[in-house]
Every structure is written in C-alpha cells, then in structure tokens.
Design a protein around this ligand. Structure first.
Ligand code: ZN
Length: 243
C-alpha cells in the first residue's frame, strides 16, 4: 500500500491545495492525515470541504480539532491559538462540526498506527524529547507509528535491544524490517522546522520506503486572508519563515 501521510493542515487552503495538486500528479492508494485540520489558519471550512470530497482520505483527530468541538480544555493553549480557535469556530457550519466529530482518535492498519500526538496521549502529548520517544515505544504494538503535532518532521528508530536513533526527514530512506519507528510527518499548513514549505511524507508499506517532499505555496495569499479576518499577527508572520 502506498500512503501519503500529512498532518497539521491548520485551515491553510493554499498549502493544502499545493499538496493535493502534487498528489493528483503523483497518486497514492491512501492519504492519511495525522490531525489538526483546523485551527491557526483562515480557511477551516474550505479545507474540510476539499478533504471531504476525496475518496481515499481519512484523518485522525488533533488537539485543535478537539478544541473546536469543545472536547478538550484549552486553558493551556497560548492566546494566539485560542483566538484562532474562536475565529475558526465562527466560520464552521453544523455539517463541518459533524465531520470533525466523526474523526477517530487512532487508526491502525497494516502494522501502522496513525495518531496526532503520542501513543500515550494521542490528542495532546508532544514527542520532542528522546526519553519520551523511548517511553512510548512499548505502548503500541504496531511496527510503525505516524504522528504530527510538533510540526517538525523527524524519524525515530528503535532496534530490538531498545537502542534508539533519530534521522532527519530526507528525500528517501529505506526502513529496516527488524526495527520499529515513530515518524513525525511535519506540517502542511504551519511548518516549524525553519522551512516554510508544506510537508508530505510518503510510505510504501510493501517496500518500506519512506520519503519526504516539501512544496511551496502562495503564503502571501494565506497571510492576506488572515489579516483580513484579524488573525493574530504572530500567526501570520510565522508562515513566512516556518517557525
Ligand atoms: Zn498542530
């Protein structure tokens, strides 16, 4: 099965369009999103509408999707994130809320687990620290786990003795059948790895090849819409730099 795995679209229609145009030319069997379709950006409704029309697309639920639905407490969100949640909420219809409510917390298939944050807390936990990666490896049984949430692509590999290794997302990499992995697929709509381009990961579950592709999109157009709807300045600014 050839997968395209994306995450953290965050209501960024231009970035999503760039990804979907690329996937039109380079089709896969399935597109899976690791959550956060909404939040931060100006086009939650348009993004949901585009995704809903795809026949090979599924997404899990992210913390911003859950926040829009009042499913989680957002007191620990920063003020910019809270403001964007409020703005996004006002742009959505009942149908859109129903779509977000239908998202699963985790998807498991073909020895692959897909979720937003971490196997310990799929909605909220961030995997940044090495010790956290080590702690959560025994908490799932699949060989591969794809996540998002940090907006920073990275590959964590663990051998059967428990030794871990990190790899930077690269153009192409062959995964080892004897090892287990957590793969962060970065972000489509708000990358934070000093590269403002939208990120997609490709995984072939038969040949175990993993590759990453970065795509430029019309950032200014997204920023103009954000300014028009009074989104926080910092959220507008960061898109230019991928920070
Ligand atoms: Zn996110």
């Amino acid at each position: 099965m050839r997968y395209a795995i994306i995450s953290d679209i965050h209501s960024n229609l231009e970035a999503l369009n760039a990804v979907l145009s690329f996937l039109d030319l380079n089709p896969v069997d399935k597109i899976i999103s690791c959550g956060d379709i909404v939040g931060y950006g100006p086009d939650p409704k348009q993004c949901i509408n585009r995704l809903r029309l795809l026949n090979n697309f599924t997404s899990v639920m992210g913390n911003h999707d859950a926040a829009i639905l009042d499913k989680i407490d957002i007191s620990n969100f920063n003020n910019d994130a809270k403001d964007a949640i409020k703005l996004n909420k006002n742009m959505l219809s009942k149908e859109d809320f129903d779509y977000l409510s239908s998202l699963q917390i985790k998807i498991s298939e073909n020895n692959i687990l897909f979720l937003h944050g971490s196997p310990r807390d799929p909605i909220n936990e961030y995997l940044f620290l090495t010790e956290k990666f080590n702690q959560v490896m025994p908490l799932f049984t699949e060989k591969f786990c794809f996540v998002g949430h940090t907006h920073q692509p990275i590959i964590f590999e663990q051998d059967n003795k428990g030794n871990g290794n990190f790899y930077r997302a690269m153009e192409i990499m062959e995964l080892d059948d004897d090892k287990r992995y957590i793969i962060n697929v970065g972000s489509v709509g708000q990358p934070r790895d000093n590269n403002p381009q939208a990120c997609i990961a490709f995984f072939d579950s038969k040949y175990l090849t993993l590759s990453f592709k970065r795509l430029s999109y019309d950032i200014e157009k997204t920023q103009e819409k954000m300014a028009k709807f009074n989104f926080p300045e910092k959220l507008i600014h960061r898109l230019s730099f991928g920070i």
